[in-house]
Design a binder for this molecule. Structure first.
Ligand code: SF4
Length: 333
C-alpha cells in the first residue's frame, strides 16, 4: 500500500464518519455491551482465548503488562461512603504500580484488569496476601458495589492507531473493521502507544512452545495463525468467522442474515450481555439497539432527546468513532 493510498483512504474514512456513516459498503460490524447484564464471569474472555489462539503467558508476564487478553473484564468498585449508583471508574492504580498498595483494605479499588496489577506477584519475598495484609478471613476487596466492563478493541472508524503505523500493518477494512496484517508488522508499537483504550497487545516473546506444548497444540484454531515474537495483535471481532459467513452467503447468493453467526465472546456470554451484528442492516438487533438508545456514528457528542437512555461510547469525544456501544449499569438504590 502506497503512502498516497494510505492518506487518501484515511481522509476518505474520516470524511465518511463525519458525514454519518459508511453507507457505500455492504456491512458495518458493530457491538452492544449491556453492563446491566454483565456478571463479570469472564466466559467471554476465555472464549476469546480459545477462538483466537491467545497464549496464557503466566503470572510473571501478566505482572509486566504482557498479558494477551484481547477481551479483558475491567472491575470497578463503589466508594464505600457514596450512594451505590455513583460508581467511581477511577482508582489509584499508580500506587500499586509503584509497589505501594494502599494501607487500608477498603481503598483497594482497581480500575484495571487484575492481570495488570503487580500486587499479584511476589515482591521482596512477600506474597500478595502478605503485602496487602490479607489475613484469609476477609476479602481484600469490599463485597459490594462491584461492576464489570468488558473491553475489547472498539473498532474505531477513525482509529488513531492506523495513521501512525509506519508500514500500514494496521488498516481499515471495507466492512468497518480495524484490521492488522501480522506479516507486515515490524513491531514498532506506535499503534499501541496511540490507542486511547489500551487495547493492543504485543508479542514480547514467542509463546508457541510454552503455551501449547504437545499435545495441546491440537486445540489451536486452524482458521487463524499463531502470532510470533515482535508482532502486534488485538481483537478482530473474530474476522475469521465474519469471512466464513460472508463467503457462505455469497455462495448461496443471499445476504448475511442477522444472527447467523457471532463472535466467540457473544456466543459464549451466558447472560446475553453482548450483541453483535451488521449496523448497515436496519433490521439487525445491534442496529435497533443503537437507534433505540439514540447513539449515532460519526459524532463526538450525542444529542439525545431522552436523557434517561443508557447508551454511550467510551471516549467518543476523542473523535475515534468507536463501533462498540455500552449500555450503562442501573443500580437499585
Ligand atoms: S461472558 Fe457475558 S456476563 Fe460473563 S463477563 Fe463476559 S460479558 Fe460479562
Amino acid at each position: 500500500m502506497s503512502l498516497d493510498n494510505i492518506l487518501t483512504n484515511w481522509s476518505r474514512y474520516r470524511k465518511g464518519a463525519e458525514e454519518g456513516g459508511f453507507h457505500e459498503y455492504e456491512h458495518q460490524w458493530g457491538m452492544v455491551v449491556d453492563l446491566n447484564k454483565c456478571i463479570g464471569c469472564n466466559a467471554c474472555s476465555v472464549a476469546c482465548y480459545a477462538e483466537n489462539n491467545l497464549p496464557v503467558v503466566g503470572e510473571k508476564r501478566c505482572g509486566k503488562n504482557q498479558a494477551m487478553n484481547w477481551l479483558r473484564i475491567e472491575r470497578y468498585w463503589d466508594e464505600p461512603d457514596l450512594a451505590p449508583y455513583e460508581a467511581i471508574p477511577t482508582a489509584n492504580v499508580d500506587a500499586w504500580i509503584e509497589g505501594n498498595p494502599p494501607a487500608k483494605k477498603t481503598e483497594l479499588k482497581p480500575s484495571m484488569p487484575s492481570s495488570y496489577l503487580p500486587g499479584l506477584l511476589e515482591q521482596d519475598g512477600q506474597s500478595f496476601e502478605q503485602r496487602v495484609g490479607f489475613d484469609g478471613t476477609k476479602s481484600e476487596f469490599q463485597d459490594f458495589g462491584a461492576s464489570f466492563l468488558p473491553m475489547m478493541c472498539q473498532q474505531c472508524h477513525a482509529a488513531t492507531c492506523e495513521p501512525v503505523c509506519p508500514v500500514a500493518a494496521t488498516y481499515h477494512t471495507p466492512d468497518g473493521l480495524n484490521a492488522q496484517v501480522y506479516n507486515r508488522c515490524i513491531g514498532s508499537r506506535y499503534c499501541s502507544n496511540n490507542c486511547p483504550y489500551r487495547l493492543r497487545y504485543f508479542n514480547f516473546w514467542s509463546y508457541y512452545e510454552d503455551a501449547w506444548p504437545e499435545p495441546l497444540h491440537m486445540q489451536l484454531n486452524p482458521d487463524l495463525s499463531v502470532r510470533d515474537k515482535g508482532v502486534m495483535e488485538k481483537c478482530t471481532f473474530c474476522i475469521q468467522r465474519i469471512r466464513v459467513a460472508k463467503d457462505k452467503a455469497k455462495m448461496e447468493d443471499r445476504k448475511v442474515i442477522d444472527g447467523e453467526f457471532s463472535t466467540a465472546c457473544v456466543q459464549t456470554c451466558p447472560t446475553g450481555a453482548l450483541v453483535f451484528g451488521d449496523m448497515q442492516n436496519p433490521e439487525s438487533q445491534v442496529s435497533k439497539l443503537w437507534s433505540y438508545h439514540q447513539v449515532e456514528r460519526g459524532k463526538t457528542k450525542q444529542n439525545k432527546e431522552n436523557k434517561e437512555l443508557r447508551g454511550y461510547r467510551i471516549l467518543e469525544g476523542l473523535n475515534t468513532d468507536p463501533s462498540v456501544l455500552y449500555l450503562e449499569r442501573v443500580r437499585e438504590v
